[in-house]
Design a protein around this ligand. Structure first.
Ligand code: ADE
Ligand code: ZN
Length: 329
């Protein structure tokens, strides 16, 4: 479809570090005399064989991001890419783990740098960003509690959500209930990665123990018709990232991807890129692939963007401003 680039879009599921262009990470590595050649292939792309290795490479790339200025630069670089895809509102997963290891004082400095870059991007490129502070499952519940304190203490106009990412094969959602309770008390919107690697029960467990309104991925819920009906009835919003699922091997091919079955069964689905350069994708490529594979046209794309707008973790004034831009681009 020719006019996909011009279509105003919302993206709810984007990891800030995971969106770092390889050239950006290489430049920072060179500047700091860090040898990161092992994480790139001969073409200069991120190189990994499976999800476990993906997480390792991701964390290795983050080692070159060691100052607030690095995160300022990263935020600008990422928002520039997103704006070029027609994104007008993005929620980025921000990880205090990579910004001072969960120390609140350090986190405040990193966050200030990211917020300044976001303000600059909003003024210059017309893209609005909000932050979803995210704990990392395989770093464990004690560390997640520290991350929740970072989220709680900086909740406001910019930090509006709290999430859980990382290795779904480790630990259990209930191990993170304390962190999510703290974030909920601070008024943050809640989302958790589930049903990416874990089956339907992992989605149920995230809903029960973490009381989230959104699920990151959630695609394996499609294996249980009763759960699909329940998600549809309760209006749970799925942050679906088809290209990520195919690249990591959750689904062998887009034609097998459950997004279309979930959507037609009434589940509230949205579309995001997760970690676009890792998966050789962009948001426009995702839209184009859905158009090619499932025949999605403008009504489907308008619907997913309105679903994202309703589910966005932002205040009423921001939602109204984005709604206006969706209606009259
Ligand atoms: N962190 C970055 N991308 C992720 C993914 N797809 N699943 C879990 N954690 C992640
Ligand atoms: Zn993700």
């Amino acid at each position: 479809m020719s006019d996909l680039k011009a279509l105003p879009k919302l993206e709810l599921h984007l990891h800030l570090e995971g969106a770092a262009p390889p050239a950006f990470i290489r430049a920072k590595a060179k500047q700091k005399h860090i040898d990161l050649s092992r994480i790139f292939d001969a073409q200069g792309h991120y190189s990994y064989r499976d999800f476990t290795e993906f997480l390792r490479i991701y964390e290795a790339a983050c080692t070159v991001l060691s100052t607030p200025q690095d995160f300022h630069d990263l935020t600008l670089a990422v928002l520039e890419h997103s704006a070029a895809q027609g994104v007008i509102y993005t929620e980025a997963f921000l990880s205090p783990d990579f910004c001072g290891g969960g120390d609140l004082g350090a986190w405040r400095d990193y966050l200030a740098a990211m917020e300044a870059a976001a303000a600059q991007a909003e003024a210059g490129m017309g893209i609005t960003m909000r932050g979803c502070v995210t704990c990392i499952r395989h770093f464990g519940p004690a560390q997640a509690r520290k991350i929740a304190v970072c989220a709680q203490e900086t909740a406001g106009d910019f930090v509006t959500g709290f999430g859980l990412a990382g290795d779904e094969n480790m630990l259990h959602p209930k191990d993170f209930a304390y962190a999510f309770d703290a974030a909920r008390e601070a008024g943050l919107g809640l989302t958790a990665h589930a049903g990416e690697w874990g089956g339907p029960q992992s989605v149920r467990d995230a809903l029960t123990h973490l009381r989230v309104s959104r699920i990151g991925h959630g695609v394996r819920a499609s294996e249980d018709p009763a759960l699909v009906d329940d998600l549809a009835e309760r209006g749970v919003v799925l942050e679906v990232c088809p290209g990520s699922n195919v690249a990591l091997g959750v689904t062998p091919h887009l034609r097998d991807h459950p997004i279309e079955r979930l959507r037609t069964r009434g589940v509230a689905v949205t579309v995001s890129t997760d970690d676009p350069p890792f998966f050789h994708t962009t948001l426009c490529q995702e839209y184009q692939a859905l158009a090619d594979q499932f025949g999605w046209e403008m009504p489907e794309f308008h619907a997913i963007n309105h679903t994202a707008l309703d589910a966005a973790f932002c205040d009423a004034a921001t939602r109204a401003a984005i709604a206006t831009r969706l209606e009259s681009p």
